[in-house]
Write a protein that binds this ligand. Structure first.
Ligand code: 6PG
Length: 476
């Protein structure tokens, strides 16, 4: 046995992870159900490092040093379970199975428990950065036992993206913690992309600007506070021309956003935990809405010309307003995402370090951004921070953006340009800072129709008003 780590499942992500491991000097066992993929990996990239190829799972396992570390990189769901079932009888106590796919954290918790029963470690690991990241340095979020991290840590930290000498990988916490954090990462990715899309739509409508002109605006934004991978590639996508038609690429793409499910999982989990991740939820619903072509066509026919003609007077002021609104809304999305991680960590006893999580998102992953450093600083300074919004850097950025944010959302509403994420983020902000919320009325209504009781501002205890009788108040 000579291989330090193995990868089974050599579609693009698995293949690139295996190459990354080999390029970093690790001896990598490789296996794929259909052996052609294994052969082509070795034929095309064998010179990048040391691969030990096997055609059967049993041979593959036999090439691994103990404790064995096997990365499973197959489709989430049934296919992952099938490979695990096949692997378990081939492994020995203390061996480690790593799932680097986008698995649901509840599946990971279940698998971890089952494998623990066999004396094995199961490590659900979030990997972000797409195909390029997998090859050149992703952000890696391993869950599972601390013991498994003793073996995996040095390997993963070496192949991960590095920012200022710090690897974008750390042990997130036990069982499903890694996949949970990756799930929320993807939720934030959804919100970030929706906000960018709304900013683009606003600029296009308000300025009657071409995609190429808007690309320049995004390129400019990428030199400041908004600097991030997604802003950078937005400029690239907007500047791209379709070869077949000569039109802007963005104008020939069908406007129906798809999803594989991680955004939906994030929202479902947040509902369960009672955490208002409104930006992520709106972003997820905006994708669903875009796909309802029939309803959209019917509504278009019924309500043509719903908005006023938009006339932006001051181009520069407007662009700056959109930039500030984007930054403020983006901060809301991250604040909500980190609230969600904290709630998950408490619910499942994971003890996740929020600042540490921000650290490993600074490079490699899809949501890598300049301001993740600020998030880390905020949680390092105050680990029990009630919300990121009130940390000095973010409070200032949001505060400075409020007038712009209101103008943009109000102008968009008047012009009939949909801004679900911008406007719901502003509503979240206003609700959080409100002196009194109309939630009091909701409590009154609940008590009226269902005797659900309420608390008072001036006395302890719970109360009920006898609505159907003399309207006196009794203890509830
Ligand atoms: C990443 C991404 C990735 C995700 C794709 C597609 O961090 O590298 O989050 O894991 O699968 O972005 O997601 P959707 O199809 O749901 O948009």
């Amino acid at each position: 046995a000579t291989a330090q780590i193995g990868v089974t499942g050599l579609a693009v992500m698995g293949r690139n992870l295996a190459r990354n491991l080999a390029r970093n000097g690790f001896t990598v066992a490789v296996h794929n159900r259909s052996p052609e993929r294994t052969r082509s990996l070795v034929a095309e990239h064998g010179d990048e490092g040391t691969f030990v190829a096997s055609e059967s799972l049993a041979d593959f396992v036999a090439t691994l040093e103990r404790p064995r570390a096997v990365i499973v990189m197959v489709k989430a769901g049934g296919p992952t379970d099938a490979v695990i079932d096949e692997l378990v009888p081939l492994l020995e106590e203390g061996d480690i199975v790593v799932d680097c796919g986008n698995a649901h954290f509840a599946d990971t918790r279940r698998r971890e428990e089952t494998l623990r029963g066999h004396g094995l470690h199961f490590v659900g690991t979030g990997v972000s950065g797409g195909e390029e990241g997998a090859l050149r340095g992703p952000s890696i979020m391993p869950g599972g036992s601390a013991e498994s991290y003793a073996k995996l840590g040095p390997i993963f930290e070496k192949i991960a993206a590095q920012v200022e000498g710090t690897p974008c990988c750390r042990h997130i916490g036990p069982d499903g913690a890694g996949h949970f954090v990756k799930m929320v990462h993807n939720g934030i990715e959804y919100a970030d992309m929706q906000l960018i899309a709304e900013a683009y739509d606003l600029l296009r409508a308000g300025l009657s600007a071409s995609p190429a002109e808007i690309a320049d605006i995004f390129r400019e934004w990428n030199t400041g506070e908004l600097e991030s991978f997604l802003i950078e590639i937005t400029a690239d996508v907007l500047a791209h021309t379709d070869a077949a038609t000569g039109r802007a690429f963005v104008d020939v793409v069908l406007d129906q956003a798809e999803q594989k499910g991680t955004g939906r999982w994030t929202v479902q989990s947040a509902l369960d935990l009672g955490i208002p991740i409104t930006g992520i939820a709106e972003a997820t619903f905006a994708r669903s809405l875009s796909g309802h072509a029939d309803q959209r066509a019917a509504a278009r026919r019924a309500f043509a010309d719903a908005g006023e003609k938009w006339q932006v007077d001051e181009r520069e002021t407007f662009v700056e307003d959109v930039r500030r609104a984007l930054l403020a809304s983006k901060i809301i999305a991250y604040a909500q995402g980190f609230d969600h991680i904290r709630a998950g960590s408490r619910e499942y006893d994971w003890d996740i370090d929020l600042g540490g999580t921000a650290t490993i998102w600074r490079g490699g992953c899809i949501i890598r951004a300049r301001f993740l450093d600020r998030i880390r600083e905020a949680y390092d300074a105050e680990p029990d921070l009630s919300t990121l919004l009130v940390a000095p850097y973010f409070a200032e950025a949001v505060g400075a953006g409020v007038p712009s944010w209101r103008r943009v959302v109000a102008d968009a509403a008047r012009a009939g340009v949909p801004t679900p994420a911008f406007s719901s983020s502003l509503a979240y902000f206003d609700a959080l800072r409100a002196e009194r919320l109309p939630a009091a009325l909701i409590q009154g209504l609940r008590d009226n129709f269902g005797a659900h009781t309420y608390h008072r501002v001036d006395r302890e205890g719970s109360f009920h008003t006898v609505w159907a009788g003399d309207r006196s108040e009794v203890a509830g």
